[in-house]
Design a binder for this molecule. Structure first.
Ligand SMILES: [Zn+2]
Length: 326
């Protein structure tokens, strides 16, 4: 307990206590301390909320840079994708067309890859959308590039085979028909000469005297030599040639054969002679061209010996006649 101090007050003529009590002093000190502490706390909280340590700043900047790089990469990938699309279109519409190969179906070109969970491990990352979409784009491009390279391999193979292919594709008329007078009936719906009903005619008829030579229209192997000369239905005496590359030709209603089954033939070789066997109303040759086991219009396969004008003329003649010789 300290001593109490008193001082005389001339106005009141009293001794009055000077200073404050210890208790008051303690209270005052405590008040001061607690308000300082509160103030310090406020400062610390503000500091913690606004201050970033230099390392965090660096990381944040780096992160931002990575995002920017990812976005740029996405744009680059889009450009690569466009170039690839261009290559694919040129491949399908030019290179493969030259060799008469079917375009690669888009289901294969854009086919799926991997499981659906492929990117799940990326999902936990921040910015996962950007990262996953970039990863996916990259995968698609890699797959498409792979398929494109396979296609080029095929095209190279076809180019090496081109000479053989050009010799094999049926490309001339099966009988000598320079003035086209032997063109009788073509591809399409016709009145059947025997049944008198509208029927699709899957080939082309050339009317010619019995014994007129029939030529192999492309290089190949004799696949079938069949039929009977007494038969009054079907193609009578008939020859089928396998030309490879998906092509086959059929020659019907013959009077005689000049080849045996399994024999190799060259374009222009005489394989048989025109006749009137099978379901035929007059001596003629029924000729079919098959591509990948489907009959196709033979009119488009005479490019070795028809000029464009002659082609028009042949189309005209063969489509004007409403009845086949079958
Ligand atoms: Zn016919």
């Amino acid at each position: 307990m300290g001593r109490k101090k008193y001082k005389f007050n001339p106005n009141t003529l009293n001794y009055e206590r000077v200073g404050i009590s210890v208790k008051e002093r303690i209270v005052k000190i405590l008040t001061y301390l607690s308000s300082s502490l509160a103030f310090a706390l406020v400062i610390v909280v503000i500091f913690l909320n606004t201050y970033e340590p230099p390392r965090a700043k660096v990381l944040k900047r780096e992160n931002q840079r990575l995002i920017t790089q990812y976005e740029l990469m996405e744009k680059d990938l889009d450009r690569v994708e466009n170039v690839l699309t261009e290559l694919q279109q040129r491949d399908d519409n030019i290179y493969r067309v030259i060799f008469e190969a079917d375009p690669i179906p888009s289901s294969i070109r854009e086919g799926g890859f991997g499981g659906s969970n492929k990117y799940s491990q990326l999902e936990s990352l921040s910015n996962s959308d950007l990262i996953i979409s970039t990863a996916r784009k990259l995968d698609v491009i890699a797959k498409e590039a792979y398929i494109q390279s396979k296609s080029y391999d095929e095209v190279i193979e076809m180019a090496l085979n081109k000479e053989k292919m050009l010799a094999s594709i049926p490309a001339i008329q099966p009988v000598s028909n320079k003035d086209l007078k032997r063109t009788a009936s073509g591809w399409g719906y016709r009145i059947h000469p025997i049944y008198k009903v509208r029927k699709f005619h899957y080939g082309m008829d050339f009317s010619a005297p019995i014994g007129t030579p029939i030529y192999a229209t492309g290089d190949g192997k004799v696949e079938e030599v069949t039929g009977s000369s007494r038969s009054r239905v079907g193609f009578g005496l008939e020859i089928k040639i396998d030309h490879d590359f998906g092509y086959e030709t059929l020659y019907g209603h013959l009077s005689a054969f000049n080849v045996k089954k399994g024999q190799s033939v060259k374009r222009g070789d005489i394989i048989g002679y025109v006749g009137n066997t099978g379901g035929s109303t007059a001596p003629h040759l029924h000729y079919e061209v098959h591509k990948n086991n489907k009959a196709v219009n033979p009119t488009y396969y005479y490019y070795k010996d028809l000029t464009p004008d002659e082609f028009d003329e042949m189309v005209e003649i063969s489509s004007n006649i409403g009845q086949t010789l079958d």
